[in-house]
Ligand binder design. Structure first.
Ligand SMILES: [Zn+2]
Length: 130
């Protein structure tokens, strides 16, 4: 995954947990990310600008970017909530993505139902990509 793809994936993952991760206005940050992700040509610099404009999003995005692991942005929620899986490198939750590639959500518990994409209302599709 090149850096542009990594930034895009991190932005999608952050959207899936934005209500927990954002320290500012999650709805406003989500709307801005959705606008950039659904532009004809996705500009990773603009995604970074949005992520860096919120302290909470900036922290998890920087961590995931440094590690080269978009899934880390999702796991940040697990760590902050102190849920099972904390610190376990083998803990890889199932990834669900919008077919329009603008929203990613990780299922971290058995039976947890994925939300619909807030932008497209689309049913998220499970895959094994990490
Ligand atoms: Zn979507």
């Amino acid at each position: 995954m090149d850096e542009a793809a990594l930034i895009r994936e991190i932005a999608c993952v952050v959207r899936g947990q934005i209500g927990v991760l954002a320290t500012g206005d999650p709805a406003a940050a989500d709307a801005r990310l959705a606008a950039v992700l659904n532009a004809p040509a996705v500009d990773p610099e603009r995604l970074l600008d949005v992520l860096e404009s919120d302290a909470g999003l900036h922290r998890v995005a920087a961590e995931a970017l440094a590690a080269g692991s978009p899934a880390l942005a999702s796991l940040a929620v697990v760590r902050s909530a102190g849920l099972p899986g904390h610190g376990d490198p083998d803990f890889l939750p199932t990834r669900f993505a919008c077919p329009e590639a603008d929203f990613v959500w990780y299922r971290r518990s058995v039976g947890g139902a994925p939300p619909a994409c807030p932008t497209h209302g689309a049913v998220l599709v499970a895959d094994r990509q990490q």
